[in-house]
Design a protein around this ligand. Structure first.
Ligand code: C5P
Length: 217
């Protein structure tokens, strides 16, 4: 039987990372930000002098990845997000990262994982699934505020263009495209503060937990 797994999917800057971290705290579950795996693959490939269009080299970088070393701040930059979404379209990369994510989901007690294909591919049996979204313009503005607060020069128009390009690439790829699982609850955070969104997520997950407890006896 699977533990209490919470799948949190959705596009970039929708608030899913903050929501996933809050749920992990609330339920005392380990949290995996699966986007970091793809970011690490993109950055490692570039550091080794490889080309993001080289599918075989990207898959090799994914197979060599050490998932315990994801704290490098270079993985969190805009450029890393862009590189991640390019390598994430390659089936060889996705396959190489799949077992680690499934094992994370299957640990006793459960887990929270955020990403794009957690509810559809990695943990299709997860008892709680959220699909967190927000209008592209709202997401761009949030990202801009974050970057500006961190002292980085940021251009709102460029960030919006980045987000749109990434959404399209993630939703249109053939292997594990970004989309809500048929049994995911949609949470549109466009008009919510992060606190309101976290509360709404918590209520959705509470309801799922009550159902899961009833069904697991
Ligand atoms: O969520 P984050 O912005 O860190 O993800 C970076 C990129 O990694 C996404 O744009 C997407 O292409 C890819 N990704 C994915 N599947 C996941 C998580 C991330 O394809 N489960």
């Amino acid at each position: 039987m699977i533990g209490f797994v919470i799948a949190v999917d959705g596009p970039a800057a929708s608030g899913k990372g903050t929501i996933a971290a809050g749920l992990g705290q609330a339920y005392a579950l380990p949290v995996l930000d699966s986007g970091l795996l793809y970011r690490a693959v993109g950055v490692s490939l570039q550091r080794a002098g490889g080309d993001l269009s080289d599918q075989a080299a990207a898959a090799e970088a994914a197979r060599r990845l050490d998932p315990s070393a994801l704290s490098d701040p270079a993985f969190r930059t805009r450029a890393a997000g862009e590189a991640a979404s390019r390598v994430a379209a390659y089936p060889g990369v996705r396959e190489a990262l799949r077992d680690f994510q499934r094992a994370f989901a299957e640990q006793p007690g459960g887990a929270v994982i955020d990403g794009r294909d957690i509810g559809t591919v990695i943990a299709p049996d997860a008892p709680a699934k959220l699909y967190v979204t927000a209008a592209a313009a709202v997401r761009a503005r949030r990202r801009w505020l974050q970057l500006t607060a961190a002292g980085e020069a940021a251009n709102l128009e460029e960030i919006l263009a980045d987000i749109r390009r990434r959404d399209e690439r993630d939703a249109e790829r053939a292997d594990s495209p970004m989309r809500p699982a048929s049994d995911a609850v949609l949470l549109d955070t466009s008009r919510m503060t992060i606190e309101t969104a976290a509360d709404a997520a918590r209520r959705i997950v509470e309801a799922a937990r009550a159902r899961w407890e009833r069904s697991s006896g």
